[in-house]
Design a protein around this ligand. Structure first.
Ligand code: HEM
Length: 393
């Protein structure tokens, strides 16, 4: 696990040896936004992750080929083909239906918590709720969601590491293939009953009709969605609850008014961006801010730094839950902008509204006795809480 890098905000783009054996770091809002839309920068970057020693024996080939087929790592035209297949499941009417079910599920989950005693909000709520949502969208049972959560830990350790070694990569491979196994068994036999309009239903139909080219391509999307769907939302839930607990006035207003809650969550996304950076590789060489970017160079787009750019946001280091200064980059922008952004916001709004309406005096629990200290995530990639102990005041 690495500490977040401190980036010299004054320089425009800079070379760092700390990531992927060397990469350009881009930190300014305007530059990051531009780069995310620039087709000279490719998302095909899986090669750089696989340790050189493993390349020769081919032992990481299955992992590499799974990752390389996933939407997030594909350029046009494959990217557009797959993204349009999934988009329907993230449209407002689909989310509205999902939101109604989710509110009920969250209420049942909260009924099972005695908040007069300290509990870990991450373990009891922030981790299981997004996992359950995405598992259902992908046609999995709750038990399968639990098993996916265990696999996700190894994948996260790999993704979080700026220079993963072979052992870490092998573990991630085992877990990614383990996740794929959740579907593989019955994919070509009879799939369990499912809604044809769900994300899973849409993907299966596309596979049957040949718009998804192979079983491998289908599995790559399922694994990527399952991982992306819960790992990050959990971090946002922790940071947003923490921010609202610290501000009693805003907490009350946000719990009573969805528009206030939405704005507060948007500000937490800007101020504590759950995914700190994303990566590209130079496909067409070009000169930028006086630097020569060569074909194959890795380029890291520092979303969290860009969201604290003083040229773009007033007093950017201050968390201002009523801030109204337009778009942040926490979900990226351009062709690969997070497909789950609206879903995430809906999930977080529902969970936090239910929690704060039920327990308006919820606060951080001081460590002592049986209660350990809450633990922030210390990772270069993710930002949030590993554990967040809370109780009623
Ligand atoms: C706090 C929650 C989340 C954050 C901060 C987040 C962040 C991001 C970012 C920054 C990107 C763009 C990456 C790039 O351009 O390289 C992205 C893409 C993506 N996200 Fe999210 N995400 C979140 C939740 C979700 C959820 C809930 C899902 C699915 C259920 C999801 C699925 C995806 C997918 C499939 C992509 C790739 C889109 C594409 O390549 O076209 N994300 N996300």
């Amino acid at each position: 696990m690495t500490e977040a890098l401190s980036v010299d905000a004054a320089s425009e783009i800079q070379w760092s040896e700390d990531y992927f054996g060397g990469a350009w770091l881009v930190t300014r809002y305007a530059d990051v936004e531009r780069a995310l839309r620039d087709s000279r920068l490719s998302v095909r970057r899986t090669g750089g992750w696989v340790p050189a020693g493993a390349k020769t024996d081919g032992s990481l080939k299955p992992f590499r080929s799974l990752v390389a087929r996933a939407l997030l790592f594909l350029d046009a035209p494959d990217h557009g083909r797959l993204r349009s297949l999934m988009m329907g499941a993230f449209q407002p009417h689909a989310l509205q239906e999902l939101g109604q079910r989710l509110r009920e599920q969250v209420r049942v989950r909260l009924d099972g918590i005695d908040a007069s005693a300290p509990f870990d909000f991450i373990a009891r709520v922030a981790q299981p709720v997004p996992a359950q949502v995405v598992a259902e969208m992908l046609g999995l049972t709750l038990e399968a969601a639990d098993s996916a959560l265990r696999h996700a830990t190894d994948i996260a350790a790999f993704v979080e590491h700026p220079c993963p070694d072979e052992a870490l990569t092998q573990r991630a491979q085992r877990s990614a293939l383990g996740m794929a196994q959740l579907w593989r068994g019955w994919l070509e036999e009879d799939p369990p009953p499912h809604d044809p309009n769900s994300l899973f239903g849409r993907l299966l139909a596309a596979h049957r009709e040949g718009r998804i080219e192979s079983r491998e391509e289908l599995l790559a999307q399922l694994v990527m969605l399952l991982f992306a769907g819960h790992e990050t939302t959990r971090h946002l839930l922790g940071s947003a609850l923490d921010a609202l607990m610290a501000d009693p006035l805003m907490r009350e207003r946000a719990a009573a008014d969805p528009a206030v809650m939405r704005r507060a969550v948007r500000e937490v996304l800007r101020h504590a961006s759950p995914v700190r950076y994303t990566a590209r590789r130079v496909a067409v060489p070009f000169e930028w801010h006086g630097q020569q970017l060569r074909r194959g160079d890795a380029v890291l787009l520092m979303l969290a730094e860009a969201n604290r750019d003083a040229v773009r946001f007033t007093a950017p280091d201050q968390l201002n839950l009523t801030r109204d200064e337009g778009v942040h980059l926490a979900f990226g922008v351009g062709p690969h902008v997070c497909i789950g952004a609206a879903l995430t916001q809906l999930e977080v709004e529902i969970v936090l509204t239910e929690v704060l309406q039920r327990w308006p005096d919820l606060q951080r629990a001081a460590p002592g006795g049986e209660v350990p200290a809450s633990e922030p995530i210390r990772s270069g990639l993710y930002q949030g809480w590993r554990s967040l102990w809370v109780h009623r005041g």
